[in-house]
Unconditional design. Structure first.
Length: 339
């Protein structure tokens, strides 16, 4: 495990210590722990971080897709690296072939990280753990928070495209559908509003929200909840049936991990229906407005302390979903194929 000096820590020491304690207590029964590879591959996290630093220096736009890859992996069969598997003649379509995952990018980056780890420590680091570490590092490198990643996951051997449709909530989801989808994974309303804050970095294809522009709820009209000026800007970028154009999810700071996503929601400039839906539940709505209310203090301090702390906690909680540990699964030699 790298020393604290290796990473920039935006959280205060007391907050960080409380977060570490919380992580330890929440993972004891799962077989995951901080520093799982300390003896078998002590440089593992340093290798991952340096590779992600190199990648994002060249292609910063990959931060968002790589972060979402961890989320999309955990919500289907748990955090087992199954999203990385390639289809074979016998497998049929796999998760990466599923409609919700067609816009993901960065599989080659994960393969590159795995290759470097295999050279340093053959057969030790799971692909599932690589996804969790990469997600943390791309957030950190995007000026977001640091959290200690629990490791010890093992890789699954099965992957199905069909399961992506029943497990991943689409961007058209309303608040009831979102809360239900997250509850099935052991995540609550706070986890929902915090983890959707991931939309502060990255881009989206027009096809993911075009219904809000041209055919909201199959009415043939635009979503009335969208700010009119923002609606016109989106229409100027996204023509009907546009499946190629990319739009910033957090205009103005889509490469910086911050809390401005919540300000967009309040201004009725959230890109997805699932973002705007956060205003239709009291708990999620209160959280959104609280982040907006502290914007001045955030500007003075340099980072949104509550959101950053909560994000680390919720990411760890998500990373615990249905993990394989001990003798379960395997440690893949190559992330795209079972051994």
């Amino acid at each position: 495990m790298p020393s604290h000096g290796f990473f920039r820590l935006p959280l205060s020491l007391p907050v960080l210590l409380l977060l570490v304690l919380h992580l330890k207590l929440s993972a004891d029964a799962l077989g995951l722990k901080i520093g799982f590879y300390d003896e078998t591959c002590p440089q593992a996290e340093v290798i991952v971080f340096k590779e992600m630093e190199r990648v994002l220096n060249v292609a910063p736009s990959l931060a968002g897709p790589l972060l979402r890859m961890h989320f999309h992996d955990c919500f289907v069969r748990g955090c087992d690296g199954s999203i990385l598997l390639n289809a074979t003649r016998s497998s049929g379509p796999v998760e990466k072939d599923g409609l919700p995952n067609l816009s993901l990018r960065g599989y080659g980056v994960i393969d590159g990280v795995k290759s470097k780890l295999e050279k340093a420590c053959p057969g030790i680091i799971s692909c599932a753990d690589i996804l969790a570490l990469v997600a943390r590092d791309v957030v950190l490198l995007s000026k977001g928070p640091f959290w200690r990643v629990l490791t010890g996951r093992r890789d699954g051997r099965q992957s199905s495209a069909q399961e992506t449709l029943t497990n991943l909530p689409p961007p058209t989801s309303n608040i009831s559908q979102l809360l239900n989808a997250f509850a099935k994974k052991g995540l609550d309303a706070k986890d929902l509003v915090v983890l959707l804050g991931s939309h502060t970095i990255g881009t989206s294809h027009c096809s993911s929200f075009s219904d809000r522009l041209y055919n909201f709820n199959k009415t043939g009209k635009s979503d009335p909840s969208l700010d009119k000026n923002y609606l016109q800007k989106l229409k100027s970028k996204c023509r009907p049936n546009d499946v190629k154009t990319l739009v910033e999810m957090d205009p103005g700071s889509f490469r910086t991990f911050d809390s401005s996503y919540y300000k967009l929601i309040v201004k009725r400039r959230a890109l997805f229906n699932s973002d705007e839906a956060l205003l239709h539940d009291e708990e999620t709505k209160d959280y959104v407005h609280r982040q907006v209310a502290v914007a001045v203090a955030v500007a003075a301090r340099g980072f949104p302390a509550e959101f950053f702390k909560d994000y680390g906690v919720s990411m760890v909680k998500m990373g615990n979903i249905e993990v394989l540990t001990g003798s379960e699964g395997e440690i893949r030699k190559k992330c795209a194929f079972v051994n």
